[in-house]
Design a protein around this ligand. Structure first.
Ligand code: GCO
Ligand code: MG
Length: 403
């Protein structure tokens, strides 16, 4: 079964997605997600101009060999653009293998280790009252775990907090990124009270998560972790900038609040120190940006040896193809932790009809052969690419800040 056709489809049904479509000599179609938020066209070009021509004529069943060929074969290894493109090829080949065998991908990965994947929803509010309502709404939908983000009184706008009645979307359409103003001290003063209010309202049972988006120094992160200890967080995410795992050592020494990191990692090499030294409790690598199902599976197998669990990134920029891939892995690994579930808008679900489903707090990938996701190409074509960016973050004096 040879790969006969490789095509990159960029569409924007409300937000941008890059999808790889592979077709084999037997007519089997496989999809992979190559969406790189705010840098979509770079990943599309890497795939279209550099990888697609290498795929034609290859044996579609040789998933691992193709991964090695694309990763080791390139002198310029790693990085988000290349790894997102390789991820899409890998995921599309697992989709094809599943369809060729008539089995859902999770069966090829060893079969289900659980009945469903615990999911966490997003809730946010410009103030605490609004956040309490948003969390109550997610619990009413059946979620047992909720990520809570709140506006900070001194700050006009905070990333991760919806500005109106609509769910927040990480990237905003426009030719340049929006600029937000950040103040770590104001944020640190505010957050512990937010979680005290959430526990007072909802009691000890719901799992509560919080995302810091890489904005603190190690000492500030340690202070926050400690201040949140009485409120029993499921995890505190991305407390310090992602590229420096050593920053987490100091955080770890001073707090027992569980930590998560990894949504911006693209190979095992970003994870090595963290896994070896057990610097976090949850690792957020996912098939879409971290080398596909093949590479994520390896990282998570190593994580298991350090009692670290998975917590796959599942924001709206992970397409339904990427979500399905994460769910097949999540169902099959022994050390699954939790799956982020920022729901897509109905138009996205219409462009990518899928078998995965949410029920009573858990996601299940479904039992269709392959990933169980398809692409309505005619509908996708009605929604062409629109430039959109994640915001940038400055301090009050104009200094650029991490996020
Ligand atoms: C999360 C996130 C997202 C990311 C976005 C980047 O869901 O945990 O941090 O909002 O910033 O997915 O592309
Ligand atoms: Mg995050």
């Amino acid at each position: 079964m040879r790969i006969e056709h490789a095509e990159v489809i960029v569409c924007s049904p409300g937000r941008n997605f890059v999808t790889l479509k592979l077709v084999t000599s037997d007519g089997v179609v496989g999809y992979g997600d190559a969406t790189l938020n705010g840098r979509e066209l770079a990943a599309a070009s890497y795939l279209r101009d550099h990888l697609a021509p290498l795929l034609i004529g290859r044996d579609a069943h040789r998933i691992e060999d193709t991964w090695q060929y694309l990763y080791r074969g390139a002198y310029w290894r790693g990085g988000p653009v290349a790894m997102t493109a390789i991820s899409a090829v890998d995921v599309a080949l697992w989709d094809i293998k599943g369809k060729a065998c008539g089995l859902p991908v999770y069966q090829l990965l060893g079969g289900a280790c659980r009945d469903g994947c615990l999911a966490y929803a997003h809730a946010s509010g410009r103030d605490v009252a609004e956040l309490l309502e948003a969390v109550a709404a997610k619990l009413a939908l059946g979620y047992r775990a909720v990520r809570a983000q709140a506006g900070v009184p001194e700050l006009r706008k905070v990333y991760g907090v919806a500005t109106g009645s609509e769910a927040y979307e990480p990237a905003a359409r426009g030719a340049r990124p929006d600029e937000e103003v950040w103040d770590s001290r104001a944020y640190l003063r505010h957050v512990p009270g937010v979680f005290a209010a959430l526990r007072a309202q909802f009691g000890p049972e719901p799992a509560l998560l919080h995302d810091v988006h890489h904005r603190l120094t190690p000492l500030q992160a340690a202070q926050l972790g400690r201040a949140l200890e009485p409120h029993d967080l499921f995890w505190l995410e991305d407390v310090t900038p992602a590229e420096n795992p050593d920053a987490l050592r100091l955080v770890r020494e001073h707090t027992v609040t569980p930590l998560a990191i990894g949504e911006a990692f693209n190979t095992f090499w970003h994870c090595r120190t963290i896994l070896q030294d057990r610097l976090v409790d949850y690792i957020r690598v996912k098939p879409s940006h971290t080398g596909g199902i093949s590479h994520v599976r390896r990282i998570l197998a190593l994580a298991e040896l350090s009692q670290i669990r998975s917590g796959c990134h599942g924001a709206t920029d992970i397409s339904p193809v990427g979500m399905a891939a994460a769910l097949h892995v999540g169902l099959a690994i022994p050390n699954f932790g939790i799956q982020e579930h920022q729901r897509h808008e109905p138009l996205v679900d219409a462009v990518f009809p899928h078998a995965y489903r949410f029920d009573d707090g858990y996601l299940h990938p479904g039992d269709e052969p392959g990933l169980g996701v398809s692409l309505d190409e005619a509908l996708a074509a009605q929604h062409p690419y629109v430039a959109a960016y994640l915001p940038v973050n400055r301090l009050a004096d104009g200094t650029m800040h991490d996020w």
